[in-house]
Every structure is written in structure tokens, then in C-alpha cells.
Design a protein around this ligand. Structure first.
Ligand code: F0G
Length: 353
């Protein structure tokens, strides 16, 4: 089957009209990869949805293609968003593709290098504020209310519509919904989108419903602690959010599905980050690995039972945040003189060990 991008592929499930412009970077259709080593270790059937294989390297492309297409359909020429990085990369890319202007507001010094490079290259207007994501979101919401600029954060319902398609794909790839869907939670748009997607697909095709297990970083665990975190902190900068916009919808997804929203520590996130890279050959950014860290935690506690089919969403590509990766690994590249003997001796030592 020829893949034609999200909007064409799923138009019967999406708010598409004859006036919706054709827009695509061929997003979606991402691999669902079985993790053989980790499945054995954890005694579950574990699969990862590698959303880092999307055109800009994160799941945001699914929502952004829909939001930007609708903005253009409605006659808008400029989009705006607050972002911890991935939303800004996707917004900038789809705006470039659609011939629109993108304005992004980001927290100074807290954006992973790859994401900033993307937004700059795609030609966005970038404003970096001495505040956090929550501050930035408040600003862009107000600005968009008082101007013709279209807000493309996940409070824009078209973002949720686009992002729900990942749940459709998981059902098709597994043949049914998994028992547990494990997903990182930041602003809580994606857990909202997946739950909507699972429900719609189940209604149409009887694919069943998973329990929704969301994971926040400990230093930004507003939903778990049931309080706004004024100064969120975590190594997983993508989910460094203290007042999630879709808080209520995430709680509804949790409660309707009989799931749980839990927290994982930075140490647990970094351990999972290293584990799936070294043991499974999959490089996902730290925030994505909150889902893996959460599964490990809940296998220990028994909250995820042995034998369960679990799909974990790996929301972004590892290349987004090279600095955290380099910091994580103590073993640095060996520097040797440009002499074959020296290199040979070193390799011999490695092979013998
Ligand atoms: N994982 C990654 C890699 C993200 O970039 C985000 C959110 C999330 C998980 C959480 O998803 O917000 O829908 O709960 N990133 C946003 C951004 C906030 O600006 O790129 P969520």
C-alpha cells in the first residue's frame, strides 16, 4: 500500500473538507518494534511505537500537519506556539511547507540542541524567554486571542485529531489494542489524543481499549501530585511542564481506561534511556524513555501484570538531544595517534577482553 501521509490516509476520521489543503511531509506510518530482550527480562510482550521516525523526529508532526492545514484552510498566514522544542520544530517545518510564517516562544537554555537547530533552519521567528514552558504558553494563548495569529499548541483541537492516528496504527500493527499503553506526559495532549484514537477505532472496528499508563517526570509531576509545579525541573526537558493544559483530559483518560498516571525519577529515565539504546538498538530522547522507565517501575510493583501486551510510545528521536546522550555515557571515544600500530594494539585489547 502506498503511504500518502496522515490527512489522506485517515481522512474519514479527521475534520477534512474539500477545502482542506493537501499538506504532508509523509508523516505517520511509524514502526511498532518488538523489544525482544526487554520483553524477556520483564516477562511481558513489549513493543515501542517509534515516533522519532516522523519527518521532524517526533510525534508532533501528526498533530501539526492537521493544525497547519486547517489554519491555512481558514485563511491564516501565521502560526504561533510555545514549546519545549519538538512542537516548535514541527510547527516551523509545516509552516515552511505550507508557505506560512511560524513564531515560536521557548524557554531560554532549556531546549535540546537538535530541536533549536531545526526551528532555526526551517526559518521560524524564535523568541527565547527567561521563563519556562508554562509561562510561554500563557503568553501565546493571550496573543493568539487578540490577533489573527493561529495557536498550534495542543489546546488547538486539530492537534489532538492528528495525534490520535498513532493509536489507529498501533491497533493495526498489533491486530488489536494493547493491554497497556505507556506514554510520557508533559502538557498532556498526547495521552488525550491516544485515548480518543483508541475509543474511535474500537467503536468502528472493535479493536478493544488499553489501560492508559502515563508517566510524568518527578520534578514536573503536577498531575500525580495534584498541584501546579511552579518551577518544574527534569533532565527530560521535553516534559519540563508544571501546569499541563490538558490536565483534566489526561485524568479522564486515566479514569475511563482504568489506568494510572505515575511519576519516574530522572535517574530512572536516564537508566531506561541507556538500556533501550544498548540492549535494543533504539535511540529515543530522554522524555520518551519515561514510558520505558514507568513500565520497569510498574513491573516491579506488579501494577503491570506478567504476560501483558504493552505498547510504549517513544515520542522523539534520540538525535534531538545529543548533549544529554554524551553526558550519560562515561566511556568516551579513545583518542590515538595516526598510527596503525597504536590503533591495532588498542583493538586487539578490546577484542581480547
Ligand atoms: N515526549 C516528547 C519528546 C515531547 O516533546 C513532549 C511534549 C511529550 C513527550 C509530552 O507530550 O505534552 O502531549 O503530554 N513536548 C511539547 C513541545 C510540550 O513543546 O514540544 P504532551
Amino acid at each position: 500500500m502506498k503511504w500518502e501521509g496522515l490527512i489522506k490516509q485517515y481522512k474519514e476520521f479527521l475534520p477534512v473538507t474539500e477545502n482542506t489543503p493537501e499538506l504532508s511531509l509523509m508523516e505517520g506510518n511509524t514502526p511498532l518494534i518488538p523489544l525482544h530482550n526487554l520483553s524477556k527480562k520483564l516477562d511481558i510482550d513489549l513493543h515501542v511505537k517509534t515516533e522519532g521516525t516522523n519527518p521532524t523526529g517526533s510525534f508532533k508532526d501528526r498533530g501539526m500537519v492537521m493544525a497547519v492545514a486547517k489554519a491555512k484552510e481558514e485563511g491564516s498566514s501565521t502560526i504561533i506556539c510555545a514549546s519545549t522544542g519538538n512542537t516548535s520544530a514541527a510547527a516551523a517545518a509545516y509552516a515552511a511547507r505550507a508557505g506560512m510564517r511560524a513564531i515560536i516562544v521557548i524557554p531560554e537554555g532549556k531546549i535540546a540542541m537538535g530541536k533549536l537547530a531545526q526551528a532555526m533552519m526551517y526559518g521560524a521567528e524564535i523568541v527565547s524567554i527567561e521563563g519556562n514552558f508554562d509561562d510561554a504558553l500563557k503568553m501565546v494563548r493571550n496573543i493568539s486571542e487578540h490577533s489573527p495569529i493561529t495557536l498550534v499548541n495542543s489546546v488547538n483541537p486539530y492537534r489532538i485529531e492528528g495525534q490520535k492516528t498513532a493509536a489507529f496504527e498501533i491497533c493495526d500493527q498489533l491486530g488489536k489494542a494493547p493491554d497497556v499503553l505507556a506514554i510520557p506526559v508533559g502538557n498532556a495532549g498526547n495521552i488525550t489524543a491516544y485515548w480518543k484514537g483508541f475509543k474511535e477505532y474500537n467503536e468502528k472496528f472493535g479493536t478493544g481499549l488499553p489501560k492508559m499508563h502515563g508517566f510524568e517526570a518527578e520534578g514536573a509531576a503536577a498531575i500525580v501530585k495534584n498541584m501546579v509545579i511552579e518551577q518544574p525541573e527534569t533532565v527530560a526537558t521535553a516534559i519540563r511542564i508544571g501546569n499541563p493544559a490538558s490536565w483534566d483530559k489526561a485524568v479522564a483518560a486515566r479514569d475511563e481506561s482504568g489506568g494510572k498516571i505515575d511519576l519516574v525519577t530522572d535517574e530512572e529515565i536516564l537508566a531506561a534511556f541507556e538500556l533501550i539504546t544498548k540492549e535494543e538498538g533504539i535511540f529515543a530522547e530522554p522524555a520518551s524513555c519515561a514510558s520505558i522507565a514507568g513500565i520497569i517501575k510498574q513491573r516491579k510493583s506488579g501494577e503491570i501484570p506478567a504476560g501483558a501486551t504493552v505498547a510504549a510510545v517513544l515520542t522523539g528521536n534520540g538525535l534531538k538531544d545529543p548533549q544529554t546522550a554524551i553526558n550519560q555515557i562515561a566511556k568516551k571515544p579513545v583518542v590515538l595517534p595516526n598510527e596503525e600500530k597504536a590503533v591495532f594494539d588498542f583493538i586487539e585489547g578490546v577484542v581480547r577482553a
